[in-house]
Design a protein around this ligand. Sequence first.
Ligand SMILES: NC(=O)c1ccc[n+]([C@@H]2O[C@H](COP(=O)([O-])OP(=O)(O)OC[C@H]3O[C@@H](n4cnc5c(N)ncnc54)[C@H](O)[C@@H]3O)[C@@H](O)[C@H]2O)c1
Length: 378
Amino acid sequence: MAEIGVGLVGYKFMGRAHSNAYRQLPRFFDVDPAPRMAAICGRDEAGVREAADTLGWESYETDYRELIARDDVGLVDVVTPGNTHREIVLAALEAGKHVICEKPLANTLAEAKEMVTAARESGTVNTVCFNYRRAPAVQLAKKLVDEGRLGTIRHWRATYLQDFIMDSQFPLIWRLKKELAGSGALGDIGAHIIDLSQFLLGGISEVVGMMETFVKERPLEEGGAETGEVTVDDAAAFLARFESGAVGTFEATRFAAGRRNKNAFEINGSKGSVAFDLERMNELEVFFVDDAADVQGFRTVNVTGPEHPYAGAWWPPGHIIGYEHTFVHTMKDLMYGIKTGRSPAPDFEDAYRCQAVLDAVERSAGGGGWTRPEYGGI
Ligand SMILES: NC(=O)c1ccc[n+]([C@@H]2O[C@H](COP(=O)([O-])OP(=O)(O)OC[C@H]3O[C@@H](n4cnc5c(N)ncnc54)[C@H](O)[C@@H]3O)[C@@H](O)[C@H]2O)c1
């Protein structure tokens, strides 16, 4: 079987998730090429050495340029904070490597544009890890929309709610600094529901939004009494119009007490509705207007049977899968993309359209009123 050497840059949260995906992928899916976990990269030698051992990588590098230069690395996987994506991705594309980059693609629309242009010029395969598209229940929602079984879509209603920074003493990590993260709740988790909406309903034409920072100073990560300024949003909300005529609401916050990772959406069409909640990710709530009145109501579909994408490769129906499987599915489609030379969606252009919406929401929240995403830049 053909193999492709992977070089992973970053080894913490997403580093673990992506490493697990490469380890599991060839054991459950028949992939060609199969990923070979060639090298992992991090700046701290002791840390990256330990990560290589724990996560199953053959070797490590302490400089991403050395990783990219290796002949045995054909695919570069970028799981570092947003401020580093552009530099690492451009270097990888320049070296003719395939690239998978974590979301959001960049910290600004201008950076995202450069990355799209470089990806086109390199001619290699690229994708962005909006992994929730690949939950089987989300795929079922997509199928019902595309087959017209929900009729004309009127409403999109999405929330991405977390609560991990509610404590005002929670430290000033990179996610709370604009120069590192680009934005706060908006880009970190709001980006996922924007991507899902564009996957399921198509393009967003106009937005009007607001952003708020509740805790404006936080203790520095290094410890001690010193504090620093929070320069991103703690919460963001916006209304949207879709090109299709549907309307949408979006809310992203890390201050929703008790909501640990509630990535949830509902779609209402003229013939029915669907509702998804990541914390119950094996299920899709489905309602059809045409059901007999005496039994009409939302049904809960357990989306684990072999008739659903990806599901058949795992366990018998009803034997549920989890968060980590969405990354395995992402890598499966990436391997197929490398085999066929076609970038799997969401590719850099799709991620640019998400970035354009992030950018429009920020401009709107800054006093712009109804604002149109600038898709024309690419
Ligand atoms: N798809 C998802 O569901 C999801 C979830 C969480 C995070 N993310 C995205 O993944 C990316 C990383 O987030 P995370 O949660 O893993 O962050 P993290 O803080 O857990 O890990 C970041 C890693 O990047 C390394 N790093 C930072 N700068 C570097 C550099 N210049 N060179 C090499 N390594 C460097 C750090 O040492 C660390 O290993 C971000 O883009 C984030 O938005 C995606």
